[in-house]
Design a protein around this ligand. Sequence first.
Ligand code: SAH
Ligand code: SF4
Length: 342
Amino acid sequence: MSQIKPSFRVKQIYGWLYHHYVLSFDEMKNIPKALKEELAEKFVVNPLSIVNKEESSDGTIKYLLQMQDGKTMEAVWLKMKDKQLDASGKLVQEAKYTICVSTQVGCKVGCTFCLTAKGGFTRDLTAGEIVAQVVTLKRDNDHKHNRKINIVYMGMGEPLDNLSNLAKAIEIFKEEEGLCIGGKRQTVSTSGLSNKIDQLGAMDLGVHIAISLHAVDDKLRTELIPMNKAHNISSIIEAVKRFPIDTRKRVMFEYLVIKNKNDDIASAKKLIKLLSGIKAKVNLIYFNPYPGTHYDRPSKEDMLAFQEYLIKHGLLCTIRDSKGIDISAACGQLKEKMEGEI
Ligand code: SAH
Ligand code: SF4
């Protein structure tokens, strides 16, 4: 964009792309025809098409999106809070939304509980394809440019395994004339590539990180996440301690709870020890089963007991409410269901 002169044109183009969500350069009414043609030769405005959409009763919408080479990936529109009306019916608080985006088609990490891993790795998404997921979902839900939105990099793929495109997308999201989504509103979820956590930290983009920890000892963690052999728990904890975070914020640790694997109080006890000295919060996730998996969903009682133990010992801990549980909610599950149908 920096090559485009005069600079007010850049602002106009950003407006068309990120405020009006246009689908082609043709729609950019106040841009000279010659420039529109030149741009259309070099760039694509809308690289994604919606192949399938599943809407859950709680307002979650899961999208299967197709890229220009025919490959597909998922993005999810999550309603985090309902709108609030006062007694007279006046709107006091708009509904709040988060968009969950993918960073790769498939994934190299190969977690044994994850459906995305089953198909292996196909390719990295470009920064444009990462950004376009947010634009496509905002457009589809008629979400105005000035309404706030959060982004979580928790869709398909390992974001830190596609670090340069991830960083580019983060910067594009942050552009004030564009979508204006600050670093504080973006959370990168990683399976724990400790060297890349350091690299992301050094870029000082102001984003949050979430660590998919899932286990408190290296034996189980390596069973669940094979690359734990190269990036073990202590290397991740050390990298987290070095990561620049807003002092008012906490680092999120995601803990996928699997029946009879890591749902016992002894694990909860070890977790407290492991995270001592870190400003952490823990998000417990119910394992979401799919056909062919040999893991099971934990019981609600065990989940609540695990949470209660952590809270009693001073750790902030939430249970991820299974948004969209009726619509193939976990990572990779919609793609898997649709494969062969498109
Ligand atoms: N690769 C990154 C981000 C994408 S995965 C990471 O692993 O953090 C996003 C989240 O989906 C991870 O926390 C992962 O543990 C979770 N997930 C994967 N398979 C799941 C399943 N079957 N049930 C519930 N959560 C799952
Ligand atoms: Fe990749 Fe994350 Fe799935 Fe593991 S959980 S295979 S890192 S997408």
